[in-house]
Structures are given as structure tokens and as C-alpha cells.
Design a protein around this ligand. Structure first.
Ligand code: FAD
Ligand code: SF4
Ligand code: SF4
Length: 477
């Protein structure tokens, strides 16, 4: 009886997998949470009350069938739990690790609202698929029949890879082009290993390659190969290039040496984790060791930068953010992790300029939050006469990302974009203004989340299948 195994939230307390001690975990780039043992996963899953209307599921962008895989985990039926979990999520082990669960599934768990602490959905999801890999339940992609059509995917991030997986399972010939030397997009070169170890991403790359997805790496579309050439080669194209243009700081002195972009800093660090030789790291330019580091921004990227700098052996690490803790966009869980690891947050402070040709300090002003505006958000305003200097010899800009100008870079004026520069695409299909061209992930949404990129990639793959079938019917008539 399912009921006997479940609804234990009044007797069993919420318990996350063990977190490594701050003074140990800040010495390396390994993940900070351990794996549940089998009994613990079953026990935690059994806390779920099997809601008739599961809000966790409706707040998961993939609408994962969470109550069912929790019940199966509680009953020890892990292989079945895995089958259900992977039916809606291409990379459950990745989402289980890095989704901001507090804002999505877990943030809407009913038992949390009754004061019992949310079911640890993400950790159980991770546990199920890690176990599936260990046990060999993750099957290689072997389509029933091969189809003659081919699809070109530009961008090997989670959006492009989720689409590649779906299309390949249908027997479509898939080629993924990426300008980097490794696939994974921000999973590989943006998000640090302490949130997502790199072999977890490479394991998926290997599975896709083994399943017949062709990767053309070191290929910058628009430079090494034209967008037109890709359209000419394939029956349909998916653009999943993400957003990489760094929002800049427009303040006096912002061209000083020692002010770097978050994406460059994180990419260099991730490359080091792969054992690559990274010149800008060796020279010290993108290395925080021994430095007073100031990171500017309050989102997930800023959190990853401060925690990376700590691990590189910075003398001190401060995070400057113009709003307060309650109003920051980054996950509260990550702020807590960062504080435990020795990062100091300077809330309600904004940079106004920089000192030194080689950076020596950030000129800053204190802020206060005004009354909420029509949207309910409190705008920060400067406090006159509150100027001060934050000492720094490395400043990392983490103010967010914008899309590159793809129509211009690719010489494709007919590719319509929004006023923010993101590609104009239909909401549930990813169809763009160009026939047979689809788009998914951050390049459509603006900087977003891995789980949304996966959702978009899956939706676009389904729409592409419809388009290919329709084209075939038309050709046959
Ligand atoms: P990307 O992952 O950006 O992949 C795009 C790929 O396209 C890249 O590999 C790029 O090289 C390639 N490309 C771009 N242009 C070209 C071109 N012209 N030719 C060939 N290839 C090209 N989300 C979460 O859910 N949880 C987190 O904890 C989290 N942390 C983050 C931390 C950081 C530092 C950053 C920057 C983002 C984080 N995100 C997080 C957001 C998440 O990584 C993105 O939303 C997600 O990766 C978007 O997927 P995507 O496939 O659209 O694009
Ligand atoms: Fe929660 Fe993300 Fe998993 Fe959905 S994919 S259940 S939001 S961790
Ligand atoms: Fe279980 Fe919480 Fe989802 Fe309800 S909301 S089904 S208790 S995980």
C-alpha cells in the first residue's frame, strides 16, 4: 500500500544530503553535497504527502511527475522511478543538482507550507539518475529506424543537447555545432564544479555521441561556417546559442587593468578543472590567488564568481550588490553557501567608479530602497555623501548577459529579434521568422535557467519533427 510508505512528513524531518564542511570544501572544486544512501533517499521520499493537486509538479517547468517518482523511490523501486523521471526530463541528474528548487518545485511543496520543511525533491531526483547511471539503466540511444532528414543545431548547451537527444531518438540525423572545444555550453564552462562536477556533463556528451549525434566543435557559426551554409546542409536548423554579451559598467575608470568579465573568469577556472593550460590564469589575470577580490552583482553568476575566488585562494572576497539580501536575484541557498565559505556580502552598495590604472579600489556609494513601485519592486536610490572606497586588486563584473546581434553577425536580416535582441520565436514551438529555423533556450528567453533551456529544446524538437513530417508529405504529393 502506497499510503503506508508515504506521508511520513510529520514523523521524519527534512534532511538534505550531507554538506561538506566549509573549510574543506573551499579548498577544491568538487561538489559540496554528498549523495544520499539508498535508505536515506527512500526515507526522504516517503515524506511526500502525494498531493492530489501537486503544486511541486505545476511549478516544475518540465512538469515532472514528482509524486510518482518519490513514491517509487520510497518503495525501493528505483528503476521504475528512473523511467518516470527521464520521461519528462532529458538531464534529471543535472537539474537535481542546479535547479533553484527553492523558487520552483520545492518552493511550492505543500508540506513546506504546513511548516514541515519541503520534500528534498532535487536531491532525490539527482539520486535516482546517478543510481541509474551506476546500475546501467540509462540506455544508449538506439532509434528503431533511421530517418533520412538531418537537423543542424547551433549551440551545445542544455537547450541544444536536449533537442539533439529527442531528435536522435526519432532517428533523425543530428549535427551540433559549437564554438567551444567541448560541448555542454554553460554547464561546462559557466557553472563551476562545486555545483556541477564536469564528469556529470561529459557523461551526457558521451551518451549523445555514442547515440550517433555528430559534434562539430571549435566551429564559430558566422566566422568558421556561415549560417547560410548550415541551412543549406540541413532540413531544419535549431539556434540555441545562449547569451554571452556582458552587461558593462559605465563608470569612470572601468577600463582599468584588473577589471574582468565574469564569464572569462569562470571559463578560465573551469578549463583549469579539465587540466587545460590557461595562459590568462597562469599570468594571474584571471586568477584570484592572494588578491582582494570584489565581485559586482547579485545573481547566480556573481555567487559562482565569489565562491570560485575563495577556492582559488583569494585574500578576501566581497560581493557588492545595490539592493538588499531579500531583493537579490540569486538563490538564497547559494548566498548561505558563500557566506559559510568566507565571502562577505556588502548589501546596498553600488560602484560609481574605479581607482588606479591597475585597479586598487572600487569607488562606491551606499544605497537605500525606495517605496515599492507599481510592480511591487523597491528601486534602490543613492544616499548622497555616502561615498567610500572598497579596496580591490581584482574586480569581477557579474551584471548579467545580453544576446549578441545574431542577424548582423550572421548576415541574416530576415531573422527577427525582439527589442531586447533575443530571437523572436513562437512560445511553445520555437518557430522563428525563417521557415525551418527554430530557436530555444537563453537566446529566446534572455539569461534564464537550465531547466527552461531543456524544456525549450524538447518543445522545439517536437515541433521540428512535425515540420519534417509535413515537408515529407508535401514532397510526396
Ligand atoms: P548555453 O548554455 O549558453 O549554450 C550555448 C552554446 O552555444 C555554448 O556552448 C556556445 O559556445 C554556443 N554558441 C554560441 N554562439 C555560437 C556560435 N556563433 N557558433 C557556435 N556555437 C555558438 N541555471 C540554472 O538553472 N542553475 C544554475 O545554478 C545556474 N548557474 C549559472 C551560473 C552561471 C555562471 C551562468 C552564466 C549561468 C547559470 N545558469 C544557471 C543559467 C544557465 O546556465 C543557462 O540558462 C543555460 O545554460 C542556457 O542554456 P542554452 O542552451 O540556452 O545556452
Ligand atoms: Fe525541481 Fe528542477 Fe527537478 Fe523540476 S527539474 S523537479 S524544478 S529540480
Ligand atoms: Fe509531495 Fe510536496 Fe509535491 Fe505534495 S507538493 S506531491 S508533498 S513533493
Amino acid at each position: 500500500m502506497a499510503g503506508q510508505k508515504m506521508l511520513k512528513f510529520t514523523k521524519v524531518e527534512r534532511d538534505m544530503p550531507e554538506k561538506r564542511a566549509p573549510n574543506l570544501r573551499n579548498q577544491d572544486f568538487n561538489e559540496i553535497y554528498a549523495e544520499y544512501a539508498r535508505d536515506k533517499a527512500a526515507e526522504q521520499a516517503s515524506r511526500c504527502s502525494q498531493c492530489g493537486v501537486p503544486y511541486c509538479q505545476s511549478h516544475c517547468p518540465l512538469h515532472n511527475n514528482i509524486p510518482d517518482w518519490l513514491r517509487l523511490t520510497a518503495e525501493g523501486r528505483l528503476e521504475e522511478a528512473y523511467e518516470i523521471s527521464q520521461a519528462t526530463n532529458t538531464f534529471p541528474e543535472i537539474c537535481g543538482r542546479i535547479c533553484p528548487q527553492d523558487r520552483l518545485c520545492e518552493g511550492n511543496c505543500v508540506i513546506e507550507q504546513s511548516g514541515h520543511g519541503t520534500v528534498t525533491i532535487g536531491s532525490v531526483e539527482k539520486y535516482i539518475t546517478d543510481t541509474a547511471f551506476e546500475q546501467g539503466w540509462v540506455k544508449p540511444i538506439r532509434p528503431h529506424t533511421e530517418r533520412p532528414e538531418s537537423v543542424g543545431i547551433i549551440g551545445a548547451g542544455p537547450g541544444g543537447l536536449a533537442a539533439a537527444d529527442m531528435l536522435r531518438r526519432e532517428g533523425v540525423q543530428v549535427t551540433v555545432y559549437d564554438r567551444y572545444d567541448r560541448g555542454g555550453g554553460l554547464l561546462t564552462y559557466g557553472i563551476p564544479g562545486f555545483k556541477l562536477e564536469k564528469d556529470i556533463v561529459m557523461q551526457r556528451m558521451a551518451q549523445l555521441e555514442d547515440g550517433g549525434v555528430e559534434f562539430v566543435l571549435n566551429c564559430n557559426v558566422g566566422e568558421d561556417l556561415s549560417f547560410d551554409a548550415i541551412r543549406g546542409k540541413h532540413d531544419a536548423v535549431l539556434i540555441a546559442t545562449g547569451v554571452y554579451k556582458t552587461r558593462d559598467l559605465d563608470a569612470p575608470g572601468s577600463d582599468a587593468d584588473g577589471i574582468v568579465r565574469a564569464i572569462d573568469f569562470l571559463t578560465a577556472s573551469n578549463r583549469k578543472s579539465f587540466g587545460d593550460v590557461v595562459e590568462e590564469f597562469e599570468s594571474g589575470e584571471l586568477n584570484a590567488a592572494g588578491k582582494k577580490v570584489v565581485v559586482i552583482g547579485g545573481g547566480d553568476t556573481a555567487m559562482d564568481c565569489v565562491r570560485t575566488a575563495i577556492r582559488q585562494g583569494a585574500e578576501s572576497v566581497k560581493c557588492l550588490y545595490r539592493r538588499d539580501r531579500a531583493n537579490m536575484p540569486g538563490s538564497q541557498r547559494e548566498v548561505q553557501n558563500a557566506e559559510e565559505e568566507g565571502v562577505e556580502f556588502v548589501w546596498l552598495a553600488a560602484p560609481t567608479g574605479f581607482e588606479g590604472k591597475s585597479i586598487t579600489g572600487v569607488k562606491a556609494k551606499r544605497m537605500r530602497l525606495a517605496a515599492p513601485d507599481a510592480t511591487g519592486r523597491q528601486m534602490p536610490e543613492l544616499i548622497e555623501g555616502s561615498d567610500y572606497i572598497e579596496e580591490a586588486d581584482l574586480v569581477i563584473k557579474a551584471l548579467g548577459f545580453e544576446p549578441e546581434d545574431l542577424p548582423k553577425l550572421w548576415g541574416e536580416k530576415e531573422l527577427e529579434v525582439t527589442r531586447w535582441g533575443t530571437i523572436k520565436a513562437k512560445f511553445t514551438t520555437g518557430e522563428t521568422s525563417l521557415p525551418g529555423v527554430y530557436a530555444a533556450g537563453d537566446i529566446v528567453r534572455g539569461a534564464s535557467l537550465v531547466v527552461w533551456a531543456i524544456k525549450d529544446g524538447r518543445d522545439a524538437a517536437e515541433a521540428i519533427m512535425g515540420y519534417l513530417s509535413q515537408s515529407q508529405t508535401v514532397a510526396a504529393e
